[in-house]
Design a protein around this ligand. Structure first.
Ligand code: FE2
Length: 241
């Protein structure tokens, strides 16, 4: 677990560098600063092969230079990581998440109440990956959520508004019950995620009439029928959303 512990420390260092005066990252950092990462607070944790291993490698290799140290710590931790696919963990099994999410997600929970490397009763920190050309449909949850994007660009919309593309190294903050959706282009989506409280409440999808149209466009991009949205030069330079 030595490399996992080092990776968590590197996530904390990276967040501190990228956070600036962000209160949102500060909420995550204040919990991480008090985390017990000793052996006494470890769960039994067996490494497992990532179900989407090629996408994971592509995402790590494609991250920006600003995230080099974090990418190196992640590479070193890979043999110790345990990966899971969400089937009823974050959503009810009957939720309308779509086949893209259902077949294209995986996560590794580094800190959490169970199934993680280190224990915390009401806080999670981990890695989340989506395969290319997936629409992660609009959804909301009670837990406040932070993402630090490691790959990309990726597309985001909040409360059903206009889509915005963000580069690797962007902090996304989703307040409780704020609806959000993600478009994954040619590059797999890889991010650090954290839920800072109320983590036992599941996500709920927020139905939108344009899902089928967006998913068809992403599928067309995958088959080469259309240029992918990532070719458009409108990556937003903001560092936090
Ligand atoms: Fe979310």
């Amino acid at each position: 677990m030595r490399a996992v512990r080092a990776f968590v420390h590197e996530i904390r260092r990276t967040l501190r560098c990228f956070a600036g005066d962000s209160d949102h990252a500060g909420q995550v950092l204040s919990i991480l600063d008090q985390m017990d990462l000793s052996e006494a607070n470890q769960h039994d944790w067996m490494p497992s092969e990532p179900p989407h291993d090629r996408d994971l490698w592509q995402a790590i290799e494609g991250t920006s230079q600003r995230l080099d140290r974090l990418a190196k710590a992640l590479r070193e931790a890979l043999p110790e990581l345990q990966w899971r696919v969400d089937r009823g963990t974050y959503y009810e099994l009957t939720a309308d998440v779509g086949d893209g999410y259902r077949n294209g997600n995986m996560h590794c929970e580094l800190i959490g109440p169970h199934g993680s490397a280190f224990h915390h009763p009401d806080f999670t920190l981990g890695l989340f990956l989506l395969t290319p050309h997936v629409l992660y449909r609009d959804h909301a949850h009670r837990a406040p959520e932070l993402y630090l994007t490691l790959s990309g660009p990726s597309g985001w919309r909040f409360n059903g508004g206009a889509w915005q593309d963000v580069p690797p190294g962007t902090i996304i903050w989703n307040a409780p019950e704020k609806s959000h959706a993600t478009r994954v282009y040619d590059d797999p989506f890889l991010a650090i995620y954290s839920w800072t409280r109320d983590i036992r409440s599941k996500c709920r999808v927020v139905p939108c009439a344009d899902w089928a149209e967006i998913e068809a466009a992403l599928q067309s991009a995958e088959s080469g029928a259309r240029p992918t949205p990532r070719k458009q030069p409108h990556v937003n330079p903001q560092s936090e959303f």
